[in-house]
Design a protein around this ligand. Structure first.
Ligand code: GUN
Length: 280
């Protein structure tokens, strides 16, 4: 079975558009991008396009690549103070001289639609999330839509990033899976991955996950976005692994569109919560 993220995402965006219209709210997403990394620019463009699709206003702030940590924080703080802005997304990665943790901690938790602020990650890890990071949240939605119930299953996540690996493990744990996090220093990685009923690959290496690493009948989720000869290529050797897996996400058209749907849902959630607390 192919887990069609594009189809599920489109259905969710269509539903969200109706919910936004019916709410009478005017959610707005502000993105911040530092520098001119073409991949980051493309992702941000896609996020703005999705906003237009569902009736969420959006604005983009572009800062030069030599911006200091303080300059980025000042910009984020202006958006924190701006009553029109429901959600703030600082596109990662930031240039190496910028302190990512300090910038992420500057975003008000109630506007942190990426779910990267320690307050939101803490809530997620304590089992009581409000904003969950968009990629793992989108993956959970996709599993749910295809009737994959994580409870009691062995889930293995390869990758320990703040964006994907760590929150993915927390969400699977909250859904009562038995979770293992593997990473670049893991010894005998295949001995772990072969145990997985649900295998999430967020490695950043093209076609890293081979059939010998996958258990027959596993559900395989590919978070990879590698460029190979100008084409987008996942972390999983799709053509070979699909023969073994019971379900698998393609790249493109799997996890990517789900990330964007989750971002739109988080932005609408932020607007609704802010309207309840009288902030908007
Ligand atoms: N870079 C890679 N993934 C993400 C994400 O989910 N959010 C942001 N802001 N940057 C990213």
């Amino acid at each position: 079975m192919i887990l069609d993220g594009k189809k599920v995402s489109e259905a969710r965006l269509a539903r969200l558009k109706e919910e936004v219209e019916a709410s009478g709210l005017t959610p707005e997403l502000a993105t911040v991008i530092v520098g001119k990394d073409p991949a980051s620019q493309m992702y941000v463009r896609m996020k703005h396009r999705a906003c237009g699709q569902v009736g969420i206003r959006s604005r983009g702030v572009e800062l030069p690549s030599d911006s200091t940590t303080e300059e980025v924080r000042e910009q984020v703080d202006r958006l924190n103070q701006d009553q029109d802005v429901s959600g703030i997304l600082v596109q990662l990665p930031l240039p190496p001289h910028v302190d990512t943790h300090r910038v992420v901690e500057t975003v008000l938790p109630e506007k942190d639609v990426d779910g990267f602020h320690p307050a939101n990650l803490g809530r997620l890890f304590s089992g009581n999330p409000i904003f969950s990071p968009c990629t793992p949240r989108g993956i959970m939605t996709l599993l749910q839509e295809y009737g994959v119930e994580p409870e009691g299953l062995r889930a293995v996540v390869i990758g320990r990033s703040i964006e994907v690996g760590r929150p993915m493990a927390a969400l699977l744990l909250n859904a009562s899976a038995t979770v293992t996090i593997c990473h670049s220093r893991t010894r005998e990685l295949p001995s772990f991955t072969r145990q997985a009923d649900i295998l999430v690959a967020a490695v950043g290496k093209a076609r890293f996950v081979e059939p010998t690493m996958v258990r027959e009948g596993a559900v395989v989720i590919d978070v990879g976005t590698n460029q190979v000869d100008g084409k987008l290529c996942g972390d999983v050797d799709f053509d070979r692994v699909r023969e073994i897996a019971s379900a698998i996400t393609p790249v493109p058209g799997g996890v990517g569109p789900m990330t964007i749907a989750s971002l739109m849902e988080n932005t609408f959630l932020a607007a609704r919560l802010q309207s309840c607390t009288g902030a908007r």
